[in-house]
Design a binder for this molecule. Structure first.
Ligand SMILES: Cc1ncc(COP(=O)(O)O)c(C=O)c1O
Length: 399
């Protein structure tokens, strides 16, 4: 079958490919610990599941408004007001099949060929591919590790030109777990004020997963004058352990939201009616379970950090958010594993770790930053301890 140039130019998501490889090995009976995919190990809380069952029993099994049910959009509006003191009208809010679809739709709905999107690097694997698919040019801006991989006002300014139309900010960040402070966002906003033609996607999907008394702030909140230029994207996948339910939402400029709804209306239509009913319960119901989860993630972050940082000399900082460690492994590159296999790069490092020690992690080069790997610690303590022991054993055999 002939395929389009466009699709041939898109790279498959490495995290998904590696996840599949790990699942294949598991199906062959191999003992694999999956720390590759970014997915909480908790089950969706009961009250959310019950809301979905209730919706099915009450016949809420039909098409809904493309942009989401009125009930859910109302709840999202209130959620933005309560959590971030951000006020949107319901028609400035769209619900989609995950945050991923909404970012994709926003880019498709706004980019003309050759226009540029600034993406701080390391980045979430899908951003550059989405921009390319929308005929835009991803401008990958390497952000220094000594600034916790965050973009600075100077770096931002240096990469802006007349073709720039978007900046994508992700905080807490995947893969680094870095969190932008209020001051850092205010300083970025100062630069953005000089370029009124540039808009910002704030991907806040990990907003609830934050540690060490750090507080989450989003750009539209700290720079209200830019609110109409900011598309704030969030979703239920990570914070509520609802990856399979596929619910995300975005709020922002009305004409952009309308364009995204138009696109969604001609592609996937509404997100699942049942998942939307569950999302109403999630966003409006008790969030007590989150305190317990955050405490567990926090403990797992520290546990894995304490075990691994002995063997990875440049792994010195505990991330403030999300549930990933982004670990520098460059001291093992160019060396030989078990007197037989040369480890040329982070991809080899991850490959041998999976093949010989059954631990699945993702090479940093997938996120635009070679010499690192990403480990997801949203897994059971038993698995994490076992995986860290295996990683330590693996590196002890690299000479
Ligand atoms: C940074 C970031 N943004 C967006 C998403 C998409 O999440 P979903 O489509 O499940 O809402 C992910 C998922 O891994 C992510 O890591």
């Amino acid at each position: 079958m002939k395929l389009s140039k466009k699709i041939n130019n898109i790279l498959p998501s490495n995290t998904v490919v590696l996840g599949q490889k790990a699942r294949e090995l598991i199906s062959l009976g191999k003992d694999i610990i999956q720390l590759g995919e970014g997915e909480p190990d908790f089950n969706t809380p009961d009250h959310i599941i019950n809301a979905a069952l209730d919706a099915m029993n009450k016949g809420k099994t039909k098409y809904t408004n493309v942009a989401g049910t009125q009930e859910l959009r109302k709840v999202i509006k209130k959620y933005f007001e309560d959590e971030y003191q951000l006020s949107y009208q319901e028609d400035q809010i769209v619900v989609g099949n995950g945050g991923k679809q909404l970012i994709f739709n926003a880019l498709l709905a706004s980019i003309d060929p050759g226009e540029e999107v600034i993406i701080p690097s390391p980045y979430w694997v899908s951003y550059p591919q989405m921009v390319s698919f929308a005929d835009g040019t991803p401008i990958l801006v390497t952000c220094p590790s000594n600034n916790n991989f965050k973009i600075t006002p100077k770096l931002l300014k240096n990469h802006i030109n007349k073709k720039t139309i978007w900046l994508i900010l992700n905080s807490p960040g995947n893969p680094t777990g870095s969190v932008y402070s209020e001051k850092e966002l205010i300083d970025l906003a100062k630069v953005l004020r000089d370029y009124p033609y540039i808009n910002v996607i704030c991907d806040d999907i990990y907003s609830k997963i934050i540690y060490d008394n750090e507080s989450f702030v989003t750009l539209a909140q700290v720079a209200p004058d830019l609110k109409d230029r900011v598309l704030t994207v969030n979703g239920l996948s990570k914070s509520y352990a609802m990856t399979g339910w596929r619910i995300g939402y975005a709020a922002g400029n009305r004409s952009l939201i309308n364009a995204m709804i138009k696109l969604q209306g001609q592609s996937t239509t509404n997100a699942s009616s049942i998942s939307q009913a569950a999302a109403v319960a999630a966003l409006s119901g008790s969030k007590k379970f989150l305190d317990d989860w955050i405490q567990k993630y926090h403990h797992r972050r520290n546990l894995t950090f304490d075990i691994l940082n002995r063997n990875f000399p440049k792994f010195k900082i505990k991330p403030k958010g999300a549930f990933y460690h982004f670990i520098n492994c460059d001291c093992f590159l160019g060396k030989i594993y078990n007197s037989e296999k040369k480890i040329n790069d982070d991809i080899d490092f991850c490959k041998y770790l999976l093949e010989y020690f059954g631990v699945s992690v993702v090479p940093g080069s997938s996120f635009g930053c070679s010499g690192y790997f990403r480990l997801c610690y949203a897994k059971s303590e038993t698995d994490l301890k076992k995986a860290c022991e295996r990683i330590n054993k693996f590196v002890s055999l690299i000479k």
